[in-house]
Structures are given as structure tokens and as C-alpha cells.
Write a protein that binds this ligand. Structure first.
Ligand code: FAD
Length: 462
């Protein structure tokens, strides 16, 4: 039995980042991981592989749509799906091996296998039980199931199966118009699949700013995605490898069916804590199955903590990482804090969508006086040069103090542009602070400055 200061269960972005910071702070650290490779959902079957396929399919789209316009003539490339999957797997391998290298560098012990917590201060992996002053649950999440829709990871898949299909399907139904469904739907649409997205609510990307939702939906439709809103899926039947999805339109209860080679169930994710023995230990859970924690990631059982997708809050890799780092500081006796008001969210389609802080709908509901500064990428020279003039930057600022309350961007490199606003918000910046900052020309980031100018005396290029 080995003794550690900290044992973390789960090597996703929450767990592995926390382990590295714990080790850097001088704590003897071990991580339990049941998967063959480190990096969790994010590196193995989430963020990284999906971005590799988004990149590859975007390149194809560029070749098909824009190369000839720039004088780059010749046949557009054809899709070698096996090679595309191999490229994606190579990207995964580079990243997971990178985490393994960091574990060795920081002298973190990888306890290979599935872990459970037989009692406070103890973690069991296989036949061995190890001791720890602190135990961290970082076991992440799994795809939610949907009544009447049985996943076989062949004809009916979760995001994990969608990253491993044997061939590009001719037709695909995506259930759920959230981030994962739209990203993977976009990949297949660009590869030539006829994609239909069915969403229960009356708009896509629930919770996002309404302006962004409308523009994003219009752009996706233009890109060939069929979107059916306000529809409740009743079930999916698979016969001879083909699926039939039945759905009911909520407005009139009328029923309809859709046939597809592949159905992607993308209706969200739920926390994964199975097999840990939390019941026996008496660890309290929230209604949704998340581990209940206080403001310092502590559960109701002394010495047991939880972070990442396994606890409440947005299921995002960077949120898990930030919690992992903050908790490591706390365990080392320092102060650790996550500012949940400034957690960006990004959708990596083309154009990208990025958001931080309050939406306009939230500010209205709060009754807060605000102003809007909006600037279209049509007024941005660089965006037009790369055929990405669609979309806008929308900045929301307090009407009195000019303090930035939120930002919503749909357009080129939105996922990177949003961080200028995040830093500003962390420093309590006013829109004027961004407007008075010199931005290099020609960059996409000038659109952020113009939106900030639009909160004051007005933008220049509109
Ligand atoms: P996870 O990454 O889920 O890791 C938990 C690990 O714990 C797993 O490896 C699991 O095997 C292990 N584990 C569980 N139980 C045990 C046990 N008992 N013993 C040992 N090991 C155990 N987020 C973003 O921010 N950006 C994106 O672009 C993005 N894209 C995504 C795309 C897809 C298709 C999916 C599915 C998710 C995406 N996410 C994205 C979400 C992101 O992957 C998660 O928010 C993030 O991985 C959560 O990190 P975590 O450390 O909490 O858990």
C-alpha cells in the first residue's frame, strides 16, 4: 500500500491538470485512470478528435468553395475517410502521450485501472488499496441516453461512435442542436452527408444569445444542414443497419419519420460516478447526479473533493482545468478560486461561435440597464479577404458605468477573439478600455474594437 498526499481519480483535463499543479506545489500525487491512455474524454473522444475532423472537413470545404476564386485551379480533393480517421487518431496519440510525458516529468504516479473509494483516505485500484490525505473525484461525464433510442455505436451512435464511423454515411439524423451535435453535424455535412438536426426546443444552441442563435441557424442552413425545431424524438428503429427516427412536432402533435444511415444522439452529457462507491460512503449528490461540493470543491465527506464534469456547472474542458488548478492550490494550503462569471464557451464550426458573460436575454430578465455595441465582419477587411464576412461581434456593457457584461461573437477565429474580452472582464474593463486600445490592422480583432467603439461614439467602418 503506497501513501500519497493526493490521489486523483480520472485523468481528464480536470484530473491531469490538477495532478500537475499538485506535483508542482510539492504534493506526492497519484492519478487513477481506467482508460488505456491519459487525457480523459477531451483528448480521447471529445475536444481534440472533433477539432481534428472539423479542421480536415473545413480544408475540404475551402478547396471546394474558395480555392478557384483565389486562382487555385484544379480538381478538389476527394475524401479518403480511413486516412482522415488515421490523422485524427495520430493527433489524439500525440496529445495523450504528451500528458504521459508531463506525468513522468512531474513524478506523478499513474495507477492504471478503475478506482473506487472503500473509505475516507483510501483508494482501491484492482487488488491494491492506496492511502491518501486528499482524494479528488475527477471522473467526468458520459453521453446521456434518450428514451426509445438504443445506442449500438454503429447505426445509432453517441459522439464517441460518430468519431469512429466505418464510412461517411449518406444520410445522418442528429438529435440535439447543442454544441456537440452541430460540430459533428457540420463535419459530416462538409464531407457530403445529408444532415438533418432535430431539436426539442424552438431554437438551436440553448442558452446562447438570441442574435447569435438566429444568425448561426441561418448560416448552418445555408451550409446545407436541415434543422427541425420544436420536435420531440419518440424513438429510433434499426433494421438491416438503417435507422428510422420518429418525432412529434410540439406545435400540433403531428408525427413524422426520417430514415438515415446513421443517427447521432447528442442530447447532452451526465456526470459519471459509477463504481466509485459514493453511495456507501454517503457522498451527497445533486438531483442531476453531480457530486455536491462547497465553494472549495469539498464534498460533505472530509478529505474527498470533486471537480470538472462530475460537479455542477458548464461541462467544458477549461472549466475542469481551472477547477483542477484552484483545488491543487487549496490542497497545498494556498488560495484557489475560479471566476464562474468569466468562462468562455466556443463552438468550433465555421464560422466559430464564442460567448462569455451575460446574454442580452439574461440582462433583460435581470432588469439591468445595458447598451449594445455590434459590429459586422462585413466591415472587417481581413474577414472579407478570407471569405468570412458573415457574422458579428456583439458587446454588452452597463449603461451607466460602461463596464463589459458579456460578449457574443460569430465569425472568423471567434474562439480566440473572445479572450480579449475575458481578460478585460477579469480586470473589470469598460467597453471604452477596449475601444482605446490600439489593435493591429488588418486583424479580425479589429471587429472587437469596433464593437467596443459602437458602445460609445460609434464604429468607424460601419
Ligand atoms: P473527463 O475528460 O470525462 O475525464 C474523466 C476520466 O476519468 C476519464 O478518462 C475516465 O476514463 C476516468 N474515470 C472515470 N471513472 C473512473 C474510475 N472509477 N477509475 C479510473 N478512472 C475513471 N469541451 C471544451 O471545453 N471544448 C471542446 O471543444 C469540447 N468538445 C467536446 C467534444 C465532444 C465530442 C465531447 C464528448 C466533449 C467535448 N467537450 C469539450 C467537453 C469536455 O470533453 C469535457 O468537459 C471535459 O473532458 C471534462 O473533463 P473532466 O476531467 O471533468 O472529465
Amino acid at each position: 500500500m503506497a501513501e500519497f498526499d493526493v490521489i486523483i481519480i480520472g485523468a481528464g483535463p480536470g484530473g491531469y491538470v490538477s495532478a500537475i499543479r499538485c506535483a508542482q506545489l510539492g504534493l506526492k500525487t497519484a492519478v487513477v485512470e481506467g482508460r488505456e491512455t491519459l487525457g480523459g474524454t477531451c483528448l480521447n473522444v471529445g475536444c481534440i478528435p472533433s477539432k481534428a475532423l472539423l479542421h480536415a472537413s473545413h480544408m475540404l470545404h475551402e478547396a471546394e468553395e474558395n480555392f478557384a476564386k483565389m486562382g487555385l485551379k484544379g480538381k478538389a480533393p476527394s475524401v479518403d475517410w480511413k486516412q482522415m480517421v488515421a490523422y485524427k487518431d495520430d493527433v489524439i496519440g500525440q496529445n495523450t502521450k504528451g500528458v504521459e510525458f508531463l506525468f513522468k516529468k512531474n513524478k506523478i504516479t499513474w495507477l492504471k485501472g478503475w478506482g473506487s473509494i472503500p473509505g475516507p483516505g483510501k483508494v482501491k485500484v484492482g487488488d491494491e488499496t492506496h492511502g491518501a490525505k486528499h482524494i479528488v473525484i475527477a471522473t467526468g461525464s458520459e453521453a446521456s441516453s434518450l428514451k426509445g433510442v438504443e445506442v449500438d455505436e454503429k447505426a445509432v451512435v453517441t459522439s464517441t461512435g460518430a468519431l469512429e464511423l466505418v464510412k461517411v454515411p449518406k444520410t445522418m439524423v442528429v438529435i440535439g442542436a447543442g454544441v456537440i451535435g452541430l460540430e459533428l453535424g457540420s463535419v459530416y455535412a462538409r464531407l457530403g452527408t445529408e444532415v438533418t438536426v432535430i431539436e426539442f426546443l424552438d431554437q438551436i444552441t440553448p442558452g446562447m444569445d438570441g442574435d447569435v442563435q438566429k444568425t448561426f441557424q441561418r448560416i448552418l442552413k445555408k451550409q446545407g444542414l436541415e434543422i427541425i425545431l420544436g420536435a420531440a424524438v419518440q424513438g429510433a428503429d434499426v433494421k438491416r443497419g438503417k435507422a428510422t427516427v420518429t418525432y412529434k412536432l410540439r406545435k400540433d402533435d403531428s408525427e413524422a419519420t426520417l430514415d438515415a444511415d446513421c443517427v447521432l444522439v447528442a442530447t447532452g452529457r451526465r456526470p459519471f460516478t459509477e463504481g466509485l462507491g459514493l453511495d456507501k460512503l454517503g457522498v451527497e449528490l445533486e438531483k442531476g447526479g453531480q457530486v455536491k461540493t462547497d465553494g472549495h470543491f469539498a464534498t460533505n465527506i472530509k478529505g474527498i473533493y470533486a471537480i470538472g464534469d462530475a460537479i455542477a456547472g458548464p461541462m467544458l474542458a477549461h472549466k475542469a482545468e481551472d477547477e483542477g488548478m484552484a483545488l491543487a492550490e487549496i490542497l497545498a494550503g494556498n488560495a484557489g478560486h475560479v471566476n464562474y462569471n468569466v468562462i468562455p464557451g466556443v463552438i468550433y464550426t465555421t464560422p466559430e461561435v464564442a460567448t462569455v458573460g451575460k446574454t442580452e436575454e439574461q440582462l433583460k430578465e435581470e432588469g439591468r440597464a445595458y447598451k449594445v455595441g455590434k459590429f459586422s465582419f462585413m466591415g472587417n477587411g481581413r474577414a472579407k479577404a478570407v471569405f468570412q464576412g458573415e457574422g458579428f461581434v456583439k458587446l454588452l456593457a452597463d449603461k451607466e458605468t460602461d463596464r463589459i457584461l458579456g460578449a457574443h461573437i460569430i465569425g472568423p477565429a471567434a474562439g480566440d477573439l473572445i479572450h480579449e474580452i475575458c481578460v478585460g472582464m477579469e480586470f473589470g474593463a469598460a467597453a471604452e478600455d477596449i475601444a482605446l486600445t490600439c489593435h493591429a490592422h488588418p486583424t479580425f480583432s479589429e471587429a472587437v474594437r469596433e464593437a467596443a467603439l459602437a458602445c460609445g461614439d460609434g464604429p468607424i467602418h460601419a
